[in-house]
Design a protein around this ligand. Structure first.
Ligand SMILES: NC(=O)C1=CN([C@@H]2O[C@H](COP(=O)(O)OP(=O)(O)OC[C@H]3O[C@@H](n4cnc5c(N)ncnc54)[C@H](OP(=O)(O)O)[C@@H]3O)[C@@H](O)[C@H]2O)C=CC1
Ligand SMILES: N[C@@H](CC=O)C(=O)O
Length: 428
């Protein structure tokens, strides 16, 4: 049995997990693919760095071409991250007929179609299950499990770091900066955690999910993104009191041929299953016209959960090699998308205002909503001992994003409105 030789680009959180699983599950893997799987060469930035696994030092290299140009390597597993350098490496590997497994959503969200086209041209596989929602096999599910259906909504907690932060803020009253540091120490965060907390990581994952789910060429710039860095503990407390949890949700919707994709902090009714997805866990809710509601749940980041998806892709590549059917993956060469306008994107909103504490203010505020045809589900006005003003908490019925913005703009011209403290989309 000729061994299948793997070149690993990166030996950080995910790369270490890949080595552990390939070595620890070798017998099970061999029984599935009929050959030993051997990690032949590993690219790192710094060969002298201490590692949490023992690895033959002769396998480590700081020169990418030692891996990519290695004549015996069949599959490149890319778990180093980054965009331009990685794209060059992967295209070169494909040009040399090497199959690729990657966990890199940044790369796939930006250059997925180009890379998959190069893969097809060279009759190679490129699989990227770990790029979205870590240990949840959601990409294979969308491509294969839903091939018979028409998906109209994909809604997900697709970033483990921010869900870990929001959960700790909600359940333990923890401070944002402390919990972010914990998520980094646990290996959940990106090299630059700004992309986690500002929503970009989730936006990249939603680009991939919406592309596959709606079979349309969704681009990263089509995604409306807002992160969690401005969320206060006060917001989380208000949400809880009203029966909601604050979650960073990616929401992709399709109506007829029109789609919208957004990532934003959202208040989710505690009765909705997504509200109880906590810590580093992710969940992806998929609504198909035929199947109805489905939801997929599991760890969204971390060493072994992510490596599970990477190694599953590796097994798929090797099975394809044995059958001689590589290079047949979904190409992402889908139809041109049509984006919804702000008049077509509808949701409920939570709005917290600080207002002058005097008679008639509530009537003026509700009048502003009525003028812009936004109807209200609930309105509460109450004193707040911590501020000189009163506060008004509003939850609207479904309203277009454009109408909600018109109301918010009208507050700027009303002297009774002192501050628009928070605005959240509401789900459930
Ligand atoms: N962490 C997670 O939970 C998840 C991560 N991912 C994705 O997986 C990929 C890897 O993430 P993660 O393991 O956390 O990252 P780490 O930062 O932990 O590891 C990166 C590894 O790549 C090496 N490396 C980085 N840049 C270069 C370079 N230019 N040349 C050579 N080696 C390089 C580093 O070398 P050295 O060790 O010497 O510094 C390190 O071994 C990313 O694309 C990430 O988005 C996807 C899902 C979950
Ligand atoms: N930083 C990401 C890692 C997995 O994709 C996250 O926190 O989800």
């Amino acid at each position: 049995m000729k061994p299948i030789k793997v070149g690993l680009l990166g030996l950080g959180t995910v790369g270490t997990g890949v080595v552990r699983i390939v070595e620890g599950h070798q017998t099970d893997l061999q029984s599935q693919v009929g050959s030993p799987i051997v990690i032949e060469k590993v690219l790192v930035q710094n060969k002298s760095k201490a590692r949490s696994i023992s690895i033959d030092p002769a396998k480590l290299t700081e020169d990418a071409w030692d891996v990519i140009h290695h004549p015996d390597i069949d599959v490149i597993v890319e778990v180093m991250g980054g965009i331009e350098t990685t794209r060059t490496y992967i295209l070169e590997a494909l040009a040399r007929g090497k199959h690729v497994v990657t966990a890199n959503k940044d790369l796939m969200a930006l250059h997925g179609p180009e890379i998959l086209a190069a893969a097809q041209e060279n009759r190679c596989d490129v699989l990227y299950e770990a790029s979205v929602a870590g240990g949840i096999p959601i990409i294979r599910t969308l491509i294969e499990g839903f091939s018979s259906d028409r998906i109209t909504k994909i809604m997900g907690i697709v970033n483990g770091t921010t869900n870990y932060i929001l959960t700790k803020m909600s359940q333990e009253g923890a401070a944002y900066a402390d919990v972010l540091k914990e998520a980094q120490d646990l290996g959940y965060a990106e090299a630059d955690p700004t992309s986690d907390v500002e929503g970009l990581d989730a936006a990249r994952k939603m680009t991939i999910l919406a592309t596959l789910g709606f079979r349309a060429n969704v681009a990263l710039e089509d995604v409306d993104v807002k992160g969690i860095s401005a969320i206060s503990r006060e917001d989380i407390l208000y949400a809880k009191r009203l029966g909601y949890e604050v979650k960073l949700l990616g929401i992709a919707e399709r109506q007829d041929d029109y789609i919208s994709v957004g990532v934003q902090p959202t208040m989710v009714k505690t009765s909705h299953p997504i509200a109880s997805v906590n810590g580093v866990y992710n969940a992806v809710y998929v609504y198909g016209e035929a199947v109805g509601e489905t939801m997929f749940y599991g760890p969204g980041a971390g060493e072994l959960p992510t490596a599970t998806s990477v190694v599953a892709d590796l097994v798929a590549v090797v099975k394809n090699l044995k059958l001689g059917v590589n290079g047949k993956q979904e190409l992402l060469a889908y139809k041109e998308k049509k984006l919804k306008t702000d008049e077509q994107i509808a949701s409920k909103y939570f709005i917290l205002l600080h207002v002058a504490d005097r008679a008639g203010v509530l009537a003026q505020i509700t009048q502003a909503f009525a003028e812009h045809e936004v109807s209200l589900e609930s309105v509460v006005q109450q004193p707040n001992p911590n501020i000189p003003e009163a506060e008004i908490i509003i939850i609207t019925h479904d309203a277009s994003k454009a109408a909600a913005n018109r109301v918010l703009n009208s507050f700027e011209r009303m002297d009774v409105v002192k501050t628009v403290k928070s605005v959240y989309r509401v789900e459930g």
